[in-house]
Design a protein around this ligand. Structure first.
Ligand code: CP3
Length: 356
């Protein structure tokens, strides 16, 4: 077992003291980096990057070669699970993800298999093992999966959607069928994340990208309840260390208290909430990850630095903060601005961690 050279990401998630606030970026391996675009061209397309462990490892490490990031995130996608259930994932250039088979009837839901994480999704576990070997203890590796509700939106709609028309109609017309789908997804995500942990993921994040589109009661019933099932089924200790779980509901600012009650170590915040107020609301229960508006990276390095300073001051003194963007970095961002962001977090946060 390799010892971690930089474990401040894991320490902050567990609310242990750190020297500076750790930072990583959602979608840190992606199209804003010219070296990523070159690897994708070499591999042919996005799914070939995901399915080849050497390529997946190469692009995972690219942002770490450029910036002093405090964590690596597995290069893959949340839609690998529906793909492994037989939906046939493909990407149309400029149109985002699509499925050949849509799951929009009770019969189609009934027929869905639960994938075997080590067999049907073995390529992901191979990528995790390859990345861990190549990281060689530099920083921790984050594994991830989509929330059942978020995966269901893509499966029922057949791809991305603005209003989730079909998925919400199914939820209101036939809640029983929706519960069957979400239950199958919760089982699939639990075994998928556990396989990632056993393969070497040192923390895991659940991406509930579309939970924020739900009403208060529907969020509790159709999204949070199934994330709770997953959290209850996860391996929480591996290689002699706690494996922290981060729950990220985009647009979830209303529900931070109930999210904190699930027993996860940390909540991801988008940029619509104030991180200082969020800290007051959740108290000592969880650490917080976030929450700079990714669009700030379009502004000048000086403006980026000001916004980092504002968020650090709002969180205040002490551990329990992992700096991140409130959602993924976008393809149009100048890589130098991402560097200015990461350096600003490390430079400006030291004073919040001085021992009294
Ligand atoms: O954070 C990382 O660096 C790890 C890699 C990662 C990707 N997708 C790679 C990717 C992660 C964590 C994801 C999660 C993901 N995928 C989510 C949840 C996070 C979120 O953004 O809310 C969702 C909803 C998806 C589904 C998905 N995959 C969409 C909607 C798209 C198209 C969007 C786009 O930017 O074009 C993808 C494709 C995708 N996944 C890309 C990357 C780098 C772009 C593919 C390309 O190279 O063209």
């Amino acid at each position: 077992m390799t010892t971690l050279k930089n474990d401040r990401f894991l320490r902050a998630l567990l609310k242990q003291p750190v020297d500076v606030t750790p930072v990583w970026m959602m979608r840190q391996a992606g199209r804003y980096l010219p070296e990523y675009r070159a690897s994708r061209a070499k591999a042919g397309d996005f799914m070939s990057l995901c399915m080849n462990p050497e390529f997946a490892c190469e692009v995972t490490l690219q942002p770490l070669e450029r910036y002093p990031l405090d964590a690596a995130i597995l290069f893959s996608d949340i839609l690998t699970i529906p793909d492994a259930m037989g939906l046939g994932l493909y990407f149309e250039t400029g149109e985002g993800p699509r499925f050949r088979n849509v799951v929009d009837t009770p019969e189609a839901i009934e027929a869905l298999p639960i994938p075997d994480a080590n067999d049907d999704l073995g390529y992901v576990m191979d990528a995790v093992r390859t990345i861990r070997r190549e990281l060689n203890g530099r920083v921790p590796l984050i594994g991830f999966a989509g929330s059942p509700w978020t995966l269901a939106t893509y499966m029922v709609e057949g791809g991305s959607s603005k209003d989730f028309r079909k998925c919400k109609a199914l939820m209101y017309n036939n809640p029983q069928a929706m519960h069957m789908l979400l239950d199958k997804l919760a089982q699939s995500v639990t075994s998928y994340l556990n396989a990632q942990i056993l393969a070497g993921a040192q923390a895991v994040q659940i991406f509930d990208s579309w939970g924020g589109s739900l009403s208060d009661v529907a969020y509790q019933t159709f999204s949070l309840a199934y994330m709770q099932k997953i959290v209850d089924g996860l391996i929480r200790e591996h290689e002699g260390r706690r494996v922290p779980v981060i729950l990220f509901t985009k647009g979830g600012g209303l529900w931070l208290e109930s999210m904190a009650d699930t027993g996860v170590e940390a909540l991801g915040l988008d940029w619509t909430c104030d991180i200082g107020s969020a800290r007051q609301r959740v108290g000592d229960k969880v650490a917080l990850q976030g929450n700079m508006d990714p669009s700030v990276l379009y502004a000048s390095p000086d403006s980026i630095r000001d916004e980092v300073a504002r968020i650090l001051a709002s969180y205040g003194t002490g551990t329990g903060h992992v700096f991140n963007l409130g959602h993924g970095i976008t393809p149009q961002v100048d890589p130098e601005h991402a560097g200015a962001f990461i350096n600003a977090v490390h430079e400006l946060s030291a004073k919040y961690h001085e021992q009294n």
